[in-house]
Write a protein that binds this ligand. Sequence first.
Ligand code: FES
Length: 257
Amino acid sequence: MLGIGTGIVHWAKALMPDHEVSEERHAIRTEDDRQAAVRIVEDIVEETGIKRRPLIRNTLLGAVALAPLPALAVFGDLGPRPDNTLAHTMWAPQDGKLKRLTRDPDGTPIKASDVTIGSAFHVIPEGLNELQEGKLNAKAKAVVLLMRLNPDDLTISKGRETWSYNGIVAYSKICTHVGCPVALYEQQTHHLLCPCHQSTFDLTKECKVIFGPASRPLPQLPIAVDAEGYLVATSDFKEPVGPSYWERDEHERLINS
Ligand code: FES
């Protein structure tokens, strides 16, 4: 090792030139160069004799034309296009009936009076447990955190005045960074924390990101109370849940369509 080190130091100090050298080059792409290149290509074509062998030429062209076909089979195997399925969740009212907020996992409907200040509920939409197919996917998009704060602590922006009920607010549980479940609620600071990369959302400011890599707030679920005192979602989320991605604008268009 000493020998190698000594050699490297000697090489750097004594053998490596320490002055800059620039090599003058003639302009490439003169007309002569172009013609020389064309001649080379023509010579190659001539030498291969492909012009005189139409069978070889045509089978070669056919092979090149068919080469993309296997790609079609590969991409076809990726499954159906998601279309607008990512833009909607189970919270959308069905036949005009608003979905109740129910406890995860047993599906018990939640009354507004059950939600005391400082409490937090993990919530799924009514009917999710009865789904025969796609239950996991539906849950992954629709799962929500429900909390109650002192209404005076909430900052409510224009257009969201009717999205909460007496300080009870519901937000998507899916982190807008890369989609981990936001599972930690700090009662004292009213912060929601994502355990994956520590994104922190401020519940008092409509879940604005105050720390970490997430780039947008958690989507809020508009809620109200029905005639029997149960919490219901008055509509689906107004923006896509989960990680941000390049087609987000398109999905916002689908949500509003
Ligand atoms: S997934 Fe939540 S911070 Fe990364």
